[in-house]
Each structure stands twice: as structure tokens, then as C-alpha cells.
Design a protein around this ligand. Structure first.
Ligand code: T4K
Length: 407
């Protein structure tokens, strides 16, 4: 006799919420001297010693020539778009966080959505050629959940058509592809250092690049475009990281390798068990990749698994397993973008389908292997209660309006 799922009135599997992620943080004793130093020096921001030190540490960690840091990943990306001088149209993916298309719109660029590859979840390189017009100046792909894009193909297409490649690597800090840091691909690569990322400065971001002029431009632009006391150059903004964030980041960076290893074990435990559950599909990770194991995202294929994704989502939350639907809704369905010619659902079938199936399961350093086992066990047992759960969740299904659509 299996246990009664919490959605049917059983006791939740977890006594406290099991979040999708938790940040790596410094120990209290590690942070105290830094706070003391900041209070003494009173240098709190504006390219102070901790920001400069963090940039040096990041260059070493990411194996790149330049790595200016910013107050968040969105502004880092927004300034990279401007720093590269993009104009006209930029091709990007709709299967991403709102920040990706929003930075293009904030730069007054025309967004062209491309469909994705349904196995890797990344922009499909085979669709790019057909989307390039004389107005296209760049491709903005996302390494979704840290899985590297088809970087070689994208590079070839970009070179053939004279386009920039700007990667959104918000999820990919610490990832390696073909024995190279993911930061070494493309003309520039943005990282997010948000609390939910594999390396965090609470809020923060960076742009890795090899071009010194671009790096200098970005450094000026994040500080209102100020070049020196006598000159203001490009249109800038205040996108600076402060000293406390940078000092926090220096300590967290020293813990990144260990946290990746911790999550690797959990990720592998998840994958070996999840692949035994019919209808639960896993993201296809590109060969020769060393992941950062930051996301454990599955697809609920309701043609095989008897419950729809949103019913599974609601059932997990009743168990206090706080899974997330990254990325639903799809960016191309937002009111601000859905009128774009490239946003038509018929042009984005893979992204549309995936957005209705994905579920990011908890994966973070505060979890134990037994937590993983418990989450998988719940997913494996829910189908035994299909009829009762369907009945109990009829209202949820009705409220989540797109659930009746098949993909
Ligand atoms: N490009 C891509 C592809 C991105 O995914 C993102 C951000 C960006 C660009 C922009 O980078 P930033 O400007 O943010 O640097 C979160 C993050 O807010 C967002 O940064 C991230 N992507 C996205 C994937 O996830 P939410 O709305 O899901 O976050 P939230 O607050 O619900 O947090 C999720 C869970 O994390 C919580 O349930 C508990 C845990 N958590 C969260 C925070 C904020 C903590 O334990 N501590 C915390 O401080 O968007």
C-alpha cells in the first residue's frame, strides 16, 4: 500500500519547503572581517578594491581576458548589447527568462524569435539561416540550464553573415565545453550572479570578453559613461556592483568548485532514478560538457506519464517540493511580444511544447541524497493515484487555462 499523496490529504513528504534552489553563502565568521574592513575604510562602491579583486578572480576562474562586473545580469546584458553596437534585428530564443528579450527591447532592437531544439532546449542552429535578413546584426543564444549551445555551428553562421554572437550564460557559470570555459565562446558572454545562480553576489552579473575596447566601454557605461573627471563618453547608466557584494562574491567564489561537486552527485542520483519513470524525459546534455549541475529540469510527457505537468507541479507543491516551471509562459507569448511576426506559436512548436512540459526540481547544496530519493519516489508514485488526483485537481486544471491543449 503506497502512501496517500499530500494533494489527496496525506501528510506532506517534507516538513519544510524544499526550494528549487538555495544560494551558497559565506560563513558568518568569513564575512565578519570583510564587514569590519568596509566599515573602517568607508569605501563602499565605485570600483573599489573588492570589485577589482573579484574581477581578477573571475578572470582566472573563467579563463578570460576581461570580466567587468555589474549590479545584476540584466544590466550586464543590456550594456553588452549597447557596447557591441547592435542595431536592427537580433535573433534570440523564446525559451528563456524575460530578461533576455527585454534587454533587446530596452535597446530599441527588433526581436526575432527562433524555435529551439527540443532535446537540448537551446536555440536550434538549423533555423537561424532562414531568420537572417539584411537588418540582422547579432544572435543572442542562451545556454539553457547550463547546457552549452551548438557553439561551433552558431559561430560558423555568425561569421558567414557578419553577425555578433552574444551569449546569455546566466545559468552557465562554471560550465566547460570541449575543455574550454563556456565564457570563451562568442564575442561576449553574460553571467548572472543572482542569489539563485551557481555563483552569486546576492545580485550581480558580469560580461566576459576578449576585446579590451569592449571591456573598457562596459566599465565606463556601468558608471554613467564617465571616462574620467573631464569626459563622459557613451550613454551610460548606474550598473555598478558595490563593495559588499564583491567581497561576498570573493568568498563565495572559493566555494563554487565544492558546490558543483556536491550538486553533481545529487544530479547523477536524480538522473539515474528519473530515467526509470515512464514519461519523465531529461534534457539532452551536449557531449564533452562539464556541467555546473545547477538545474534538474525534467519534461513531463503526458502522452506517457498519466498526469499533466501542472497537475504534477501542484501535487509536488502539496508535498512542499517547490518545483518551478522554468520557462513558462514562453517569452513570445507575453503581451509585449506576442504580436511580433516571429512570435506566432506555429513558428515555435518545440518551444511551445517544452514550455508546457518542463518542471525544474529542487537541486542545491543544502539537499541530501535522501531528499533526491524522496522527490523521485513521489514522482514515481503519483501515477498510482491518477484518477483521484485528476478528480481532485479538476479546478486547478481549469484555472491553468492552457492545460487542455496538446502539443
Ligand atoms: N537570463 C536568464 C536566462 C536568466 O535566467 C536570468 C535570471 C537573467 C538573464 C537575468 O539575470 P539577473 O538580472 O537576475 O541577474 C529567478 C531569478 O530571480 C532570476 O535571476 C533567474 N534568472 C531566474 C531563473 O530565477 P524567480 O522569480 O524564479 O526567483 P525566486 O525569487 O522565486 O527564487 C527561486 C527560489 O530560490 C526561491 O523559491 C528560494 C530560492 N531563493 C531565492 C532568492 C531570491 C533563495 O533561497 N534565496 C534568495 O535570495 O527568478
Amino acid at each position: 500500500m503506497t502512501r496517500l499523496p499530500a494533494i489527496l490529504g496525506g501528510t506532506p513528504a517534507f516538513a519544510e519547503n524544499l526550494y528549487v534552489t538555495r544560494p551558497v553563502v559565506p560563513a558568518f565568521d568569513e564575512l565578519c572581517p570583510v564587514i569590519e574592513d568596509l566599515l573602517q575604510s568607508k569605501i563602499l562602491t565605485n570600483n573599489g578594491p573588492y570589485v577589482r579583486q573579484l574581477e581578477e578572480d573571475l578572470k582566472n576562474f573563467l579563463q578570460v581576458k576581461h570580466c567587468p562586473v555589474f549590479c545584476n545580469g540584466t544590466l550586464a546584458l543590456q550594456l553588452a548589447v549597447r557596447g557591441l553596437g547592435l542595431s536592427g534585428e537580433v535573433i534570440t530564443t523564446p525559451f528563456t527568462f524575460p530578461a533576455t528579450p527585454h534587454v533587446l527591447r530596452w535597446n530599441n532592437l527588433d526581436i526575432v524569435f527562433s524555435d529551439i531544439d527540443s532535446d537540448s532546449y537551446n536555440i536550434d542552429p538549423d533555423r537561424l539561416a532562414a531568420l537572417i535578413t539584411p537588418r540582422t546584426t547579432a544572435i543572442l543564444p542562451v545556454h539553457v540550464f547550463g547546457n552549452p549551445c551548438a557553439v561551433e555551428c552558431i559561430q560558423k553562421i555568425a561569421e558567414k553573415n557578419g553577425l555578433y554572437v552574444l551569449y546569455d550564460a546566466a545559468h552557465a557559470f562554471g560550465v566547460q565545453y570541449a575543455r574550454r570555459s563556456i565564457a570563451q565562446y562568442g564575442d561576449a558572454t553574460m553571467f548572472s550572479f543572482h542569489a539563485t545562480k551557481s555563483f552569486n553576489t546576492m545580485e550581480g552579473g558580469a560580461v566576459a570578453c576578449s576585446d579590451p575596447d569592449l571591456a573598457k566601454k562596459l566599465q565606463d557605461m556601468r558608471n554613467f559613461g564617465i571616462i574620467d573627471e573631464n569626459r563622459v563618453g557613451d550613454l551610460g547608466i548606474n550598473a555598478k556592483m558595490n563593495e559588499l557584494q564583491a567581497a561576498f562574491g570573493i568568498i563565495v567564489l572559493s566555494k563554487v568548485a565544492a558546490s558543483i561537486e556536491h550538486r553533481r552527485l545529487l544530479f547523477e542520483r536524480y538522473t539515474s532514478q528519473l530515467k526509470e519513470i515512464p514519461g519523465i524525459r531529461l534534457q539532452h546534455i551536449r557531449p564533452v560538457t562539464r556541467l555546473n549541475y545547477h538545474y534538474m529540469t525534467v519534461q513531463v510527457d503526458e502522452n506517457v506519464y498519466p498526469l499533466k505537468r501542472d497537475v504534477v507541479y501542484a501535487s509536488l507543491r502539496a508535498e512542499r517540493i517547490m518545483a518551478r516551471r522554468y520557462f513558462w509562459p514562453l517569452c513570445s507569448d507575453y503581451p509585449c511580444y506576442r504580436e511580433l511576426p516571429s512570435a506566432a506559436p506555429s513558428l515555435l512548436p518545440n518551444a511551445q511544447c517544452l514550455s508546457r512540459q518542463v518542471l525544474s526540481l529542487p537541486l542545491h547544496v543544502d539537499m541530501t541524497p535522501l531528499d533526491v530519493d524522496r522527490v523521485v519516489e513521489i514522482l514515481a508514485q503519483l501515477p498510482q493515484h491518477t484518477d483521484a488526483i485528476k478528480k481532485a485537481t479538476r479546478l486547478i486544471v481549469f484555472a491553468m487555462r492552457d492545460l487542455t491543449e496538446d502539443c
